[in-house]
Design a protein around this ligand. Sequence first.
Ligand code: SF4
Length: 622
Amino acid sequence: MSTYTSQFLRVNLTTGAIRAESIPEQVKRDFVGGRGLGIKYLYDELAPDIEPLGPENKLLLLTGPLGGTAAQGFSKWVAVTKSPLTGCVARALGGGDFGAYLKFAGFDFVIIEGQAERPVYIYLEGDRAEVLDARDLWGLDTRETQQKLQEKHGPRTQVACIGLAGEKLVRYATITHGRRTASRCGVGTVMGSKNLKAVATNARRSPELAQVGKLVPHDPDGFQSLAQEQIESLKTHKRRLNLTNLGTTFMVATANAAGMFPTHNFQAGSLEGFEEIAAEEFSKVKIGNFGCYSCMTRCGQVHEMSEGPYSGAFSEGPEYETIWALGGQVGNTDPGFLVAADARCDLLGLDTISTGNCIGFACELFERGIITTEDTGGLELTWGNHAAFLTLIEKIGRREGFGELLGEGVVRAARRIGKGAEAYAMHAKGLELPGYAPRAVKGYGLSYATSNIGGSHMYGRPRDELYGRLDPFAEEGKGDSIALVQKEQALDDSVVVCNFGTSGLTRQFLGSLLVAATGINEFGDMAYLDRVGERIVCLERAFNVREGFDRKDDTLPARMLTEPLQNAGPATGQVIHSLDTLLDEYYDALGYTRQGVPSQEKLQELGLTEVIEDVAISGRMH
Ligand code: SF4
């Protein structure tokens, strides 16, 4: 017995072929689940240099070994593919009930390949898996799509779908389920390129499933007792209570005080009037909580504006990152706009981080006269002009007018605009940067630069700097720390454990849960788990090396390396002078060459011998 279903579903949208395949035992042991299995199958099955929006790309939706169980905060899901923004591996995490229900349908993950001729959706129910006509869903927003499929297949149906942005191939489209989105790297764009509107699962955890041994822990009593222990601990855990009360909105004041709240397209580190969009203001308009399957933290905050120009606006958010992206990044302090814009992005299926980053980029170009109202279709893109921003969001989602250009992301948009616009594109490897200023916490800079998915705050948080154990402004002595948090995050994304839903969880406790659930004793060994995380980061890097990436791509916008950070309290004046020193330390910590490529010895040590030849062919191994 195990909480792995030990099989996955392969759906080819070109041929219509659908088949279940089993997951080899050793692959589970080496890669655990979620992101780990995602990169394993993506690496093995994708040829290098394929077009991310072509039929050769594959999209994987994956769960973890504890998904659908009583353990708290383990039922999210992960999308893995080749990113149309970066050309690197893509990883985005989604929440809600979809992951649990995918497992109840009998699958640890789904691989979607090919390209349908017309709009379709995938429907799973018990032993049934079908590709069905979605022409009547095409053009609907994410809420309407979910409602329509629930009307058709029943109210328990769990739907992961794209909105208009995914259909129109905005390069940073999301996959939305319920009130949660798998947001980053354009995973929804890949789904749209396949003419796939949705994946719906209506399976339930049935006695039949239990009888065939699926989702029954290896040690049912031991697992139950650990799950109960976790629940008891979470009941009074301070961080859990804070997240339930405020979600991530409390981070606005903290980031602003530290000067790491990027403002005006990353020129400054704090925002005048930030109090208007801090936790206290959102508390006043909070009307409820929501959460993911088997998670008592329920960190989601539902807000509704009762007055002002956005009276009546309603959203299951915004989270910290959205408050930053459509707040500090664009010079806005109107909370009503944030609620309205968050809702609109969710319905269109737009990543709010990339959307806000693109708008801030456009505002700076507008201020500098590089673009004018002739380019923007009449929109006055001045800082904080939220009425114009709301119109622009709509245009991006529909790829109309100036929104067509911004829908390409900052790198491609800057290239098309020319006139030096590249200097104002804030990204790493083509992924728009998130809401922590890298000059104020330089470990963020190193983590963004080296992240294999591009500029993401969720690839490895610089914990030692955030908790005062390392000087945030120092430019040496951080390679080990960032390598460690990236490995740990890789493991977490493979177990598919939510960083917010598991307050107080130790690595040892996590190992005990995994052993009781799966019967794989190695998962109780911390050194083994550390090696799993390292293997996943290393294979992701090998994927990128095969695509032509190396040290030259592990970098940051010139602004971070040459311009002193403005108006950032304690971080005012900071610049990252020595990214090269930090990179050398990081590569040394992971056993990579100074070109940022895994060494032959490291690949052998991690059991990735089949990758050695590919990396050697790249010519960058030495
Ligand atoms: S903490 Fe929040 S995001 Fe994480 S699993 Fe729970 S409800 Fe979902």
